[in-house]
Design a protein around this ligand. Structure first.
Ligand code: CUO
Length: 678
């Protein structure tokens, strides 16, 4: 089938699933958000669900309906793994629908949503269906909890067409007394959090092995998160904050607190907060069948540094497997995350996942207060918390330790004979040459699918997010050979100065380069002018896809509903460019054209969803670039290279650009609104 089953299609909001009584469990009536519950007269379309023998749900039901769900907790993983198996095991779509209807009634709603989303993404017969974005199913994970009472009131008093959008201020989680709050707009951006959730859906670390075992998944875990840290640091420097400090000592108080102000509509709890200077403690919670000590993590950490310095990993049979230049990072990624592909969990443990758990439970490590985990322990919400970045800076540091042992790229591995990049420029409409422009933009999202309103209809939340003016890269390239040459254009951007305002060494600056785009070109002999639009970036997905059809029923709304699944993974286009500063933040734009012979992967990607391949790969295909992810910045520099200028070969070029934050606020319909003060 090519049509969505679980979600409405087009602007038809009302699909009803007629579930036979045998599958219903009348004792529970919570709305998981995946299947609409409508009165008979409200539905435009009915789907008859057939009955099916109920499965053994003992394992998925280890998690009660009222609990929050986190894959980072091993018991919850087990529950998810079993439910995914059940849903993946259905012979056809009809059985899948029946089983989903039965499971939805009986298991934890978050768990159900997760398992069904993974199954839809990975079953051959549902690949073209949409996974409903989590923002629709569970808006409570993305927006200010205070909005829901207002939304309820609005929906009770006003009919669908006359409801006012409910404004979510940018500043609802803290005030500027907390300096970390300066970059809350980044941490709490719904598009960034949706990307992170979707990435972990595409690359789960647990579940059936054929789902987990994707090409270079350990490496992409490293690279996607490395780039998140680079972007976060870029954003910090934009706001006059120093780069994030890795969380190296797990026994010290953590200065960064976080008060999420999210209310769970499903688990009947508010998300716990963490006050500043909280201390991580050993976790021993019978409720979650979870026991992990800080000392466990310290031992695992030390073993990672041992393995990296010895250049090999200890295997269960006592042999050592080399961390090779090509594959080492992939092995380490799986070992450190850890995914079920970890070759030796006994020795190397579950370091990164347990980091999320220890941080997420530091307010109630033994469960005496019956509190659940905080936002850091759920991939849909973890990036909201400043400590996420401290944890991942630590994780990245381990990967960088490995990278620093690898051979450096010499000129042969960087250059491209006969190809010279003469110049690169950025053109932004209405701005001087080589100036990027950022501003605030307001947009509406519909909360109604994740809430049970009477009367029904849309209720919009209006949030404010960073945006930039679309721009064009213009790249002048000389091909001095006699024939056409194929190359990969790699575009990166980094701050020019560190937090003290002084030039950086290449070895430091390389870690701040954020990848903006990557694409293939054919260069004819002599001179070539490459023009590339920022909206075509292979890093991002367009705004309409981040928020999908959330703007349905709005003037000009109604985005295409196709290919949301894998295609839903991708950095949000509106966050492509960091905020910069009002005076114009000095940056360096780097462009390189590498020899396609060293980049090429032989495969047919026609029709595949590939528009955010840099972070997300291509569904069912090999990662489309043979080089190490992060090339050419993923290694220490060759001898004699101190600065970016020293690093350049003729097929590279650097341009000074500035990012000017214009402090305008553009409304939903495009008009100017009163300025925000910061
Ligand atoms: Cu994405 Cu720790 O892996 O959050």
């Amino acid at each position: 089938p090519t049509e969505p089953i679980f979600m409405p299609k087009g602007d038809n909001n009302n699909v009803a699933f007629d579930v036979p009584p045998a599958l219903l469990d009348n004792r529970v009536n919570a709305d998981s958000g995946l299947v609409n519950r409508l009165g008979a007269g409200e539905a435009d379309e009915h789907v008859q669900v057939r009955t099916i023998a109920l499965p053994d749900l003992t394992v998925p039901q280890l998690l009660s309906r009222e609990q929050n769900f986190s894959l980072f907790i091993p018991l919850h993983r087990q529950a998810a793994g079993r439910l995914i198996e059940i849903l993946m095991g259905m012979r056809n779509i009809d059985d899948l629908v029946s089983m989903s209807a039965a499971c939805r009634e009986r298991v934890n709603p978050y768990l159900f949503n997760y398992a069904l989303s993974v199954a839809i993404l990975h079953r051959p017969d549902t690949r073209n269906l949409q996974v409903p974005p989590l923002l629709e199913a569970f808006p409570d994970k993305f927006v200010d909890g205070a909005i829901f009472n207002k939304a309820r009131r609005e929906s009770e008093i006003f009919l669908s067409g006359s409801r006012q959008p409910l404004e979510i201020p940018l500043d609802y989680t803290a005030s500027d007394l907390d300096i970390e709050h300066r970059i809350a707009y980044f941490r709490e951006d719904p598009g960034i959090n949706l990307h992170h959730w979707h990435w972990h859906l595409v690359y789960p670390f647990t579940g059936p092995r054929n789902i987990v075992d994707k090409d270079r998944r350990g490496e992409i875990f490293y690279y996607m998160h490395q780039q998140i840290i680079a972007r976060y640091n870029f954003e910090r420097l934009s706001n006059k904050l120093a780069r994030v400090k890795r969380l190296l000592n797990w026994r010290e108080p953590i200065p960064e607190g976080y008060f999420p102000k999210l209310d769970s509509l499903v688990a009947s709890r508010v998300w716990p907060s963490r006050h500043s200077n909280a201390v991580m403690r050993d976790v021993n919670r019978e409720l979650d069948q979870l026991q992990v000590d800080i000392a466990d993590c310290e031992r695992w950490r030390d073993r990672f540094y041992d393995a990296i310095h010895q250049g090999s990993v200890l295997m269960p049979n006592g042999n050592r497997e080399l961390l090779t230049e090509e594959k080492g990072i992939d092995v380490l990624g799986n070992l450190l995350e850890a995914s079920i592909l970890s070759p030796n969990m006994n020795v190397y443990g579950d370091l990164h996942n347990m980091g999320h758990v220890l941080l997420g439970l530091c307010h109630d490590p033994d469960g005496r207060n019956l509190e659940t985990f905080s936002t850091i322990a759920d991939p849909a919400t973890s990036m909201r918390d400043p400590v996420f970045f401290r944890l991942h800076a630590f994780v990245d540091d381990i990967f960088q330790e490995h990278k620093s042992t690898l051979p450096r790229y010499d000129v042969n591995r960087l250059g491209y004979n006969g190809i010279t990049v003469r110049s690169v420029d950025i053109e932004t409409p209405g701005a001087p040459k080589n100036e990027l422009r950022t501003f605030w933009k307001k947009d509406d999202v519909d909360l109604s699918r994740g809430m049970d309103f009477t009367p029904r209809g849309n209720v919009f939340a209006r949030f404010t997010h960073l945006q930039h003016t679309d721009f064009v890269y213009k790249i002048q390239v000389e091909n001095s050979t006699n024939g056409p040459k194929v190359g990969t254009v790699r575009i990166f951007l980094a701050p020019k100065f560190d937090e003290r305002g002084v030039n950086m060494l290449f070895r430091d600056q390389r870690l701040l380069f954020i990848e903006l785009d990557k694409f293939t070109v054919t260069l004819k002999p002599k001179s070539n002018m490459i023009e590339r639009r920022s909206t075509d970036s292979s890093l991002t997905i367009p705004f309409e896809r981040t928020f999908r059809n959330l703007q349905l029923n709005r003037p000009g709304g109604g985005a295409a509903l196709d290919e949301f699944n894998f295609c839903g993974c991708g950095w949000p286009q509106h966050m492509l460019i960091p905020k910069g500063s009002p005076e114009g933040m000095p940056c360096e734009l780097f462009v390189m054209i590498s020899n396609f012979d060293g980049d090429k992967i032989n495969q047919n990607t026609e029709g595949a969803c590939a528009d955010a391949a840099i972070f997300c790969g291509i569904r069912d295909k090999l990662y489309p670039d043979k080089r190490s992810m992060g090339y050419p910045f993923d290694r220490m520099p060759r001898d004699g290279v101190n600065t970016l200028q020293d690093f350049l070969t003729p097929n590279m070029s650097v341009r000074d650009v500035t990012i000017k934050f214009t402090n305008r606020t553009v409304g939903v319909q495009g008009g100017e609104e009163p300025n925000r003060l910061t």
